[in-house]
Unconditional design. Structure first.
Length: 487
């Protein structure tokens, strides 16, 4: 009789727990739900970390089944992933898009009063677009034949039985290959030329450029901006000599590419000498600097970034300014250890923000304004730092420990996907050991429960004494924020 009563009571507790109000509903591993102040679910995980749903701070509704499926809804835009990175669907208003690993792509755009626009590609075999306008509609079946428009960097690309014939048009000029890549005929938009690759070739446009080669890529000469007083000229007889001259710059290489120098006067002065390139390079200038003794040491300044290598690729440090913030990044063995520290230029006394990865053990960040986070294990964050699908589908599967500080004094943490979970804030404290044990307390009340309330003790706000209850599945400990919003 006792076992049957226990099982029946436990099942009842699991059902009732799904409709209780509180900060956390913990029926691990079946369900762990985090609640908002008004009792709505802010985030939830079911069957450990597998099934999940939540709403991000910026209002994106997210749900899925890790690591197979993810859905994100933001306003009218809905994005779905299946077996990421293989399948992706997206729709927004009158736009639809589908892709399989960026190899099979389909899109459809419907505009009021216009014919629908569709495109369908199977890389690299089939390409199509139908806009209802012959000027922008095309189809191509590779290598049989067809036409592409505004694709692959060309205004138009036509081919028949490729590589026997292909014609590429860009800015009004045509390059005809018959067959590709050996014979090329250049014509149109003032361009003329002929190339028998790789033996010789010549193409030009009067007043613009003149380019020729022999035994490509060994002998070449290319001149651009011919209408200018000082045209830009590149020439080479490899591997003996190459040069690049243009207004304010001359660069020469001997026994290419090992020995050479660069002298620049505009837009900024810069001089560089190369010995056994890329191992020994010395450069000094107004904006750029390089001191390379590879692989032992390299220090360079270019495009505002100060970068230092020690025993490449073991240690690298980069410093630059972005958005009025000093950025300081350190990498060990590329991304085995990775850190980024940000400091305000206008307020140097402000606490810095940082992000640290120790692959694959841990990731941590601090925004410098009281918010912090730590996760163990973390094999994906440093490898895919900008991928939201990876962050939602894969990273939580390895989060055996998480710690989060929302503000000083307001912290929460979990172990083994909330088997153990706790929260501490000035208003309340909470601890859960799955559905077996929980404790929640505010300034005036407290409650301890075993088996979701099969046995419970609560401290009354009026007397301060503890009261024992049996089969009490409702928590009397009020959430101050929820009580303030309740009718």
């Amino acid at each position: 009789m006792f076992p049957r009563l226990t099982i029946r009571s436990l099942c009842a507790a699991l059902l009732i727990a799904t409709c209780l109000r509180g900060e956390e509903r913990n029926v691990w591993p079946l369900a762990v739900e985090q609640l908002k102040a008004d009792g709505e679910i802010a985030s939830a995980e079911y069957l450990g970390p597998l099934l999940f749903k939540k709403t991000s701070p910026d209002g994106v509704a997210i749900k899925g089944f890790r690591p197979l499926y993810l859905q994100m809804v933001e306003g009218s835009r809905e994005t779905r992933y299946l077996l990421y990175p293989f399948f992706k669907w997206q729709r927004e208003d009158d736009y639809r898009f589908f892709t399989f690993f960026e190899l099979v792509n389909f899109s459809r755009q419907t505009n009021p009063g216009q014919a629908p626009s569709r495109s369908f590609d199977i890389w690299p075999v089939y390409f199509s677009r139908d806009t209802g306008d012959p000027a922008t509609t095309y189809r191509a079946l590779f290598p049989v034949g067809g036409t592409l428009k505004n694709r692959l960097g060309f205004d138009q690309l036509r081919f028949v039985l490729f590589p026997l014939y292909a014609d590429a048009m860009k800015s009004g000029g045509h390059t005809t290959h018959a067959p590709w890549p050996f014979l090329r005929f250049i014509h149109g938009a003032g361009e003329t030329g002929f190339e028998f690759w790789p033996l010789f070739g010549h193409r030009e446009r009067a007043g613009d450029y003149d380019s020729r080669f022999y035994l490509w890529p060994l002998i070449y000469r290319s001149a651009k901006n011919l209408s200018e007083p000082e045209p830009s000229i590149k020439r080479g007889v490899l591997p003996f000599y190459s040069s690049d001259t243009r207004p304010g710059l001359i660069s020469e290489n001997y026994v290419w590419p090992f020995f050479g120098y660069t002298h620049q006067t505009t837009p900024a002065k810069y001089d560089e000498t190369r010995y056994f390139w890329p191992l020994l390079v010395q450069g000094r200038g107004e904006a750029n600097y390089v001191n390379r003794w590879a692989p032992l040491y390299t220090h360079s300044i270019a495009k505002g970034q100060d970068k230092t290598w020690y025993v490449w690729p073991i240690f690298q440090r980069s410093r630059w300014v972005e958005g009025g913030v000093n950025q300081d990044r350190i990498q060990v063995l590329y991304r085995f250890y990775w850190s980024l520290t940000q400091r305000s230029r206008t307020n140097p006394a402000a606490a810095p923000a940082y992000k640290i990865h120790l692959w694959p053990l841990a990731s941590a960040w601090d925004n410098g304004a009281g918010q912090r986070q730590l996760q163990l294990l973390s094999p994906f964050e440093v490898l895919f730092p900008t991928s939201e699908p990876v962050r939602q589908l894969y990273s939580p599967l390895f989060a055996i420990y998480r710690y989060e500080q929302l503000a000083p004094g307001d912290t929460r943490g979990s172990v083994l996907f909330s088997l153990l979970s706790w929260k501490n804030s000035p208003a309340e404290k909470e601890f859960h050991f799955g559905p077996l044990y929980s404790r929640r307390s505010t300034k005036d009340q407290a409650r301890i429960a075993l088996g979701l309330g099969l046995l419970s003790w609560q401290r009354q706000p009026d007397s301060g004494h503890w009261k024992f209850s049996l089969f009490d599945f409702r928590s009397p400990v009020a959430n101050p924020a929820a009580a303030a919003t309740s009718p």
